[in-house]
Design a protein around this ligand. Structure first.
Ligand SMILES: Cc1ncc(COP(=O)(O)O)c(C=O)c1O
Length: 398
C-alpha cells in the first residue's frame, strides 16, 4: 500500500473547483452577487451610484410599509431575535400557530405549516409526501426548490413540456395505474411569468387520481381574490391537494408555507426533514409576514397600484418591441435569446441606472437567454420614466 502523502495524484475535488468554468466566467463578467450599500424604496445604492431596482419580487411594495416595520420591531422586543430551535423540539411559538391559522383561513385550506424559507417549504411540499416508489409528473420549467424535493424523494420523475396539459395527459396515460402519482406545477412560473393552465391540468390529474402540488410563490398576493393565488383565480382551490409558497415576494418577509388538509399537514410534520431538523421561523420574519397578509386583505390600493404600473410597463416594452415571452404577470422576462446580447443589454441598463438580473441557458431553455425584470407597486412614475429611457438605450446597444 502506498503512503498517501507521497501520492502524486491530485485532490480531485480541489482540481474540479479550480477548473470550474461557471465560476471563472461569473467572476470575469461580474454579473451576480452584487452587494448594495443602501436602499430607499425602489432605489438601491452601490459604490456611490443609485439604481432603480427592476428585479425585486417585492410586488406589492410592502417592504417599507409602516405597519410591517412596526410589527417586526415589536416582535423583536417581545420574543428576541430567534427561536433557536426546531418546531418539533423547543422552537414552537404561539405566533407560528397564529400565522398558520391565518394563512389556512386565507387560502381556504384546513391547515398550514410554515418554514424558514420558501425554498424549504416548496421542496418539502414534494419530498414530504412523495416516496421512492411513487411517480412524479413535473413541468420541465419548475423552480429549483421543487426539483430538490423531487430528487430528495427518490421517486421516478417524468417531465412534460412547459405548461402543456395535453403532453401531461399523453404521458400519464402510458404509465401503470397502480403506481401512486403526483403532479407538480407552479401557479405563476417565476422566470417566464406564465400562468399555469391549471383547470386543464387538474382535470387530467383527477381522472388518474393524481395528488396535486402547486407552488404559488409568484402568484400569492398577485392572482385570485385578494391575492389568494392561481388556484383561487380559477376557483379550484379545493381540487389542489397541496399549496406551497414563499413570504419573500408579495409579503416582503422571508419564509414559506405549505397548506393542505389537517390530515396532510399532520403527516407532513412527521416526515418533513426541512422542518424537523431546522430551527423555526424567526419572530421578526413571522410578524412581518402576518402583518403583510393582513394588509393585502385590508388595503386594495397596493394591488391597484401594481396593476397601474404593470399597464404602463407593458406598454413601454411593447413600444420597444421587446420579447416578453407572453408573460401575463408582474414577473416579466425580456428574452434576447443569446448570452452576449443579454450581457450587453444588462450592462446598458446598469449604465442608465436600472438594475436587473440575467438568466442564461441552462437556467432557461436554449435560445431563451433573458433579462428578468419584475414590476412593483412601489415603482413611482419617475422610476418608470427612467426605466423607459434605459430600456430604449439598452435596445439600441444590441
Ligand atoms: C417558484 C418558486 N418557488 C420557491 C421559491 C423559493 O422562495 P424563497 O426565495 O422565499 O426561498 C422561489 C424563489 O425564487 C420561486 O420562484
Amino acid at each position: 500500500m502506498g503512503l498517501p502523502f507521497l501520492s502524486k495524484e491530485k485532490n480531485r475535488i480541489l482540481a474540479r473547483i479550480r477548473s470550474d468554468e461557471s465560476t471563472r466566467l461569473r467572476l470575469k463578467y461580474d454579473i451576480y452577487y452584487h452587494t448594495f450599500d443602501g436602499q430607499t424604496g425602489t432605489r438601491v445604492q452601490r459604490e456611490g451610484r443609485e439604481y432603480v431596482m427592476l428585479s425585486s419580487n417585492d410586488y406589492l411594495g410592502l417592504n417599507r410599509h409602516p405597519k410591517v416595520l412596526e410589527a417586526g420591531r415589536k416582535a423583536l422586543e417581545e420574543w428576541g431575535s430567534s427561536t433557536t430551535g426546531a418546531r418539533l423540539a423547543n422552537g414552537g411559538r404561539s405566533f407560528h400557530v397564529e400565522l398558520e391559522e391565518e394563512l389556512a383561513a386565507f387560502l381556504g385550506k384546513e391547515a398550514c405549516h410554515v418554514y424558514t424559507a420558501g425554498y424549504l417549504a416548496c421542496s418539502s411540499a414534494v419530498e414530504g409526501f412523495a416516496e421512492r416508489n411513487d411517480l412524479i409528473f413535473a413541468d420541465k420549467n419548475l423552480h429549483s426548490s421543487l426539483w430538490s424535493g423531487i430528487r430528495l424523494s427518490g421517486a421516478r420523475c417524468e417531465r412534460f413540456s412547459h405548461n402543456n396539459p395535453e403532453h401531461f395527459a399523453q404521458i400519464i396515460a402510458d404509465e401503470p395505474k397502480e403506481v401512486p402519482r403526483i403532479l407538480v406545477l407552479e401557479g405563476v412560473y417565476s422566470m417566464e411569468g406564465h400562468v399555469a393552465k391549471l383547470p386543464a391540468f387538474v382535470e387530467v390529474a383527477k381522472n388518474y387520481n393524481a395528488f396535486v402540488v402547486l407552488d404559488e410563490a409568484h402568484s400569492f398576493g398577485i392572482m385570485g381574490d385578494k391575492g389568494r393565488g392561481t388556484a383561487s383565480h380559477f376557483g379550484i382551490s379545493d381540487k389542489i391537494d397541496v399549496l406551497c409558497g414563499s413570504f419573500s415576494k408579495a409579503l416582503a418577509s422571508t419564509g414559506g408555507f405549505v397548506g393542505s388538509s389537517r390530515e396532510n399537514i399532520d403527516y407532513l410534520r412527521s416526515h418533513s426533514k426541512q422542518t424537523i431538523f431546522s430551527a423555526s421561523l424567526s419572530p421578526c420574519a413571522t410578524a412581518c409576514a402576518r402583518t403583510a397578509l393582513k394588509i393585502i386583505q385590508q388595503e386594495p390600493e397596493h394591488q391597484e397600484r401594481l396593476e397601474k404600473n404593470l399597464i404602463r410597463y407593458r406598454s413601454i416594452l411593447k413600444e420597444l418591441e421587446l420579447d416578453t415571452w407572453e408573460s401575463e404577470t408582474p414577473a416579466i422576462p425580456i428574452v434576447l435569446g443569446d448570452k452576449e446580447k443579454v450581457y450587453f443589454f444588462w450592462k446598458a441598463l446598469l449604465e442608465k441606472g436600472v438594475f436587473t438580473v440575467i438568466s442564461i441557458a441552462p437556467g432557461v431553455p436554449p435560445n431563451k437567454d433573458l433579462v428578468r425584470t419584475a414590476i412593483s407597486a412601489a415603482h413611482t412614475d419617475e422610476d418608470l420614466d427612467q426605466i423607459a429611457e434605459a430600456l430604449a438605450y439598452a435596445k439600441s446597444k444590441i
